[in-house]
Write a protein that binds this ligand. Structure first.
Ligand SMILES: [Zn+2]
Ligand SMILES: [Zn+2]
Length: 243
């Protein structure tokens, strides 16, 4: 730690992403004992979305068998459950963006090699609606993409995808309704898309905080396909368990 980090650490002690207490020892991003509360994604996984599966004999999760997937494959850091799921929710709803330092760091360590093997030309964070962005003050997906992009030396493009209007809350909708609702909510800037294609951008990695039913990523992929980008993958911090 240099003196600036030392001073910042004294004035704003780092909070643990799991218990939200001050992390000890200083300089760490998570309490050593809280690390064991996180369940990282391990094989066997769905070959498409990367969700952890209980049955090693299965290749795909139920969701990927039932629904069209426009993405090539997905990589996620941890199972979206228990204290880690609460932690990811606190990033958004309680302004705990500092937790992203831990998640980005861990993502590079555990998933960095697989991400670079995809050879993405660009990282694209899932955008949030401008009104929501103003209220929250940040887009967690964008912060995550920035951190990953810097560490893995992949450019980040935040202007291509746009969120057009506030969507109806997805909670009570069927998967089909969710997808329809969401696809209408995203669009791609056609001028920028053309410029990017001219620059040789072919492979896109979509970045978001969580993947549950896959509707958001699917919607983004469809919009990207429509804009002329055929190959997309995704990375998220958390992913639901496969059923
Ligand atoms: Zn802790
Ligand atoms: Zn799947």
């Amino acid at each position: 730690m240099d003196w600036k980090e030392e001073l910042t650490g004294l004035v704003f002690p780092r909070r643990c992403p799991i218990c939200d207490d001050i992390v000890r020892p200083r300089g760490e991003l998570i309490c050593p004992e809280c690390r064991s509360a996180i369940s990282f994604v391990r094989e066997p996984c769905c070959k498409k979305c990367g969700k952890a599966l209980d049955d090693p004999g299965r290749e795909y999760c139920g969701d990927c068998l039932r629904h069209t997937r426009s993405f090539e494959a997905g990589i996620s850091l941890l199972n979206y459950e228990g204290p880690a799921a609460d932690s990811i929710a606190r990033i958004k709803y309680h302004n705990k963006r500092e937790y992203l330092d831990f998640y980005a760091d861990e993502a590079v360590k555990r998933c960095g090699r697989r991400i670079t093997e995809i050879r993405p030309d660009v990282l694209i964070p899932v955008p949030v609606h401008p009104a929501r962005l103003r209220k929250r003050g940040f887009n967690q997906a964008e912060i995550l993409a920035d951190r990953l992009g810097k560490r893995l030396e992949i450019p980040v493009e935040t202007k291509l995808l746009r969120r057009n209007r506030k969507t109806v809350p997805n909670k009570n909708l069927t998967p089909r309704e969710r997808l329809k609702n969401l696809t209408a909510a995203f669009s791609a800037d056609p001028v920028l898309a053309e410029a990017m294609r001219r620059d040789g951008v072919r492979r896109i990695l979509i970045v978001d905080d969580i993947y549950t039913t896959g509707a958001t990523v699917e919607a983004c992929c469809r919009v990207l396909h429509h804009a002329g980008f055929e190959k997309a993958w995704f990375f998220t911090i958390g992913i639901g368990h496969g059923t």
